[in-house]
Structures are given as C-alpha cells and as structure tokens.
Design a protein around this ligand. Structure first.
Ligand code: A3P
Length: 342
C-alpha cells in the first residue's frame, strides 16, 4: 500500500518551491527590518568562512611550518580596494610627502601614490570613483592617501565626515615662516621671473627700516596658509581632537623615528618603523631611507623635497614672525601643543 498516493511529483515540486519562497521572504524580511540581525548574520557567516580559511594554515603549522609572520599581518585571501581609514590632510610644504613615504615602510599601510584631490576637486565623481583610486589592501591593512589641500578646503571636514566619521586624520605643521619660504621657493622654481619673497610677503607704501615694507600681506597664499588656527577650528567642529594627530615638521626632520612612533601609535599600528630605517644624509641635509617598499638601497626623497631656500632679509623675517606670533599662540591653545616656533 502506498503512503502518499495522491501527491504527484509535480505537486511536490510546487509545494517545495512555495515553501522555499516563503522561507526566502521570511529571511529577507527579518534582515531588512532588523539591521542588527543582518550584521549578526553577516558576522556569523564571516566567522565560519575565516575558520575554514585558517585550515590550511593550521594544517601547515602541524607539519612544522612557521606562519607567525603571516598571522601577525592578518592574512586575507584577496586584497580589495577600500575607502581610506586615514588621511594626511595637510599642511602643504610642511613635510607631507616625507610622512607618507615613511609610513609606507610599514607592512600594514598601503597608500595611493599621488594626491587624489577627492574632497576638494573631484567630490562630484562619487565615493566609488574615490575607492577605485586606492591601492588594494588585505584585511587589517590601513588604506591611506595624502592631499595637503584638504586642510584648507572649507567643505572637506563635512565631506570627510560623510565618508567615515571615525577616519583618522594626520596633519604636519611647521614654523609658518619657513613654510611660506618653502612655498615661495617651489613657485619660484617654476617661474624664475617671480618677484623677491620680501616684495610679495610684505606690502605698504610706508617703507620701514632697511627699505622693507612694514605690513605683512595676509592675503598672499604662502602667508595665509601659515595661519593654522582657522582651518584647525573647522576640522575640530566636525572631528574630536583625538581623531586628529598633529605632527611637527621640525621633529620629522630632526628625529623621524620618534615622530613616526607617535604616528604608528595613533594609527594603532605595531611599532615597525624605527631608527634602523633612517640615516642622515649630510649632503641633502635631511633624513633619508635605508630601504623602502620599492627600493632596497639607501635613498632620499626626490629633489623637489628639501630644496635650498633663498636668503631672506632678516627684517622681513622679523616682521613675519611678529605677524604670526598671535596666530601661533591661538594654534597652540587650540591644539594643546606648544610647537615652540620663534
Ligand atoms: P623644502 O623643500 O622647502 O625644504 P611637502 O612634502 O609637504 O611638500 O613638504 C616639503 C618639505 O618637506 C620640504 O620643504 C622639507 O623641508 C620637508 N621635509 C621633511 N622631511 C624631509 C625629508 N626627509 N627629505 C626632504 N624633505 C623633507
């Protein structure tokens, strides 16, 4: 005697399909309604996948192979492009390239090679365009980029916050007087007919002592960019102070290892970049690298970094120092760091 004489194969198929669709509807519904559950499900699946992912590693270690290094840098099977976890937002001519090149020594840091300018010039292209500009990273590695103009872009804090409110921000700052001279030197290298620094930085028909005009032109970009307190206020309106690391450009030259220790701690990285990565090149007058990700021989940053500055009239320098003093004081107060600029 047959148990289910009335049910044909076709009917059973229809029942199963209906049941499956019902389950699918239920599962989707709970996921969509309850985002927390969705995250939990995702984590559950991810945990299981990672368990299986580790099987070959565990098996190999049973056979006596050492995978310590692999585990230390949290291996992931496929590197993928991700939005940045950290940004070097400025300041122009303060040592931003040096900071990025030093950070690149770390195996857990991957950075876009050139400045992306997403938050100032290309925001309209969207986050997918930005993500595509990033290097592929393994899980656990930090994705970074540096674009110094973010520091002074009014909309940048809001836009960066929209991308990720937990992003880590780094800014290198340097004595604004030397920064201005460095900025000018860069422009003069492209335009040899540029007037003297003193003639651009100082204006006024009233000629002061030594034939130097007496008023600092705060509208001239190389001067204006050295007023760090204003952009800092804008960034701190969006981000807590703990999310922004201010790096001394002077210390990055005088003691790169010590400054990089602070940077690694801030980024939650193991301290891998140390004294042994640097040597002082007396010809260049700057610290250089013994080896890096791309080169195994000692090398310095390119010749556009660490240029010789022109001689500037001491009176003009004094005027500029007097001009910046109150702004520097405000910057020290807001940042909680006294950079000790003269
Ligand atoms: P100068 O070329 O005027 O000396 P940025 O990378 O933000 O454009 O900054 C350039 C400045 O970085 C250089 O300005 C230089 O003073 C400074 N710098 C810091 N560390 C350096 C290094 N190890 N090698 C070369 N320049 C360095």
């Amino acid at each position: 005697m047959k148990c289910f004489p009335a049910i044909s194969k076709r009917t059973m198929f229809i029942y199963f399909t209906l049941l499956f669709l019902l389950y699918l509807f239920y599962a989707l519904n709970t996921c969509l309604v309850d985002e927390k559950k969705l995250t939990q499900k995702y984590l559950f699946i991810k945990r299981h996948i990672s368990n299986y992912k580790n099987v070959p590693v565990r098996f190999a270690s049973l056979l006596g192979f050492h995978f310590g290094e692999v585990n230390k840098y949290r291996i992931s099977p496929v590197p993928i492009k991700r939005l940045p976890d950290a940004l070097i937002i400025g300041v122009k001519k303060c040592g931003t390239r040096a900071l990025l090149e030093f950070l690149r020594l770390h195996p857990d840091v991957r950075a876009a090679g050139s400045e992306v300018h997403f938050f100032d010039k290309y925001y309209h292209k969207g986050f997918e365009w930005y993500r595509n500009k990033m290097p592929p990273t393994l899980e656990g590695q930090i994705t970074m980029e540096k674009t110094p103009s973010y520091w002074v872009t009014r909309s940048a804090p809001r836009r960066v916050y929209a991308m990720n409110p937990s992003v880590k921000l780094l800014a290198v700052v340097r004595d604004p007087v030397t920064r201005a001279i460095s900025d000018y030197t860069q422009s003069a290298s492209k335009r040899p007919t540029l007037p003297r620094f003193e003639d651009l930085a100082l204006v006024n028909s009233t000629v002061g002592w030594g034939g130097i005009p007496s008023v600092v032109d705060a509208t001239w970009p190389p001067v204006r960019l050295g007023i760090y307190a204003r952009p800092l206020r804008r960034w701190l309106r969006r981000f807590p102070r703990t999310r922004l690391l201010l790096i001394s450009g002077e210390r990055l030259v005088a003691d790169p290892a010590a400054e990089m220790a602070r940077v690694q701690e801030f980024l939650g990285l193991k301290r891998v970049i140390t004294e042994k990565h640097f040597y002082f090149n007396s010809t260049k007058g700057f610290p250089c690298l013994l080896k890096s990700e791309s080169r195994s021989t000692p090398h310095c940053l390119g010749k556009t970094k660490g240029r010789n500055h022109p001689h500037i009239d001491p009176t003009a320098l004094e005027r500029l120092r007097d001009f910046y003093r109150p702004f520097n004081e405000r910057f020290y107060q807001m940042s909680g760091i006294n950079f000790g600029w003269p």
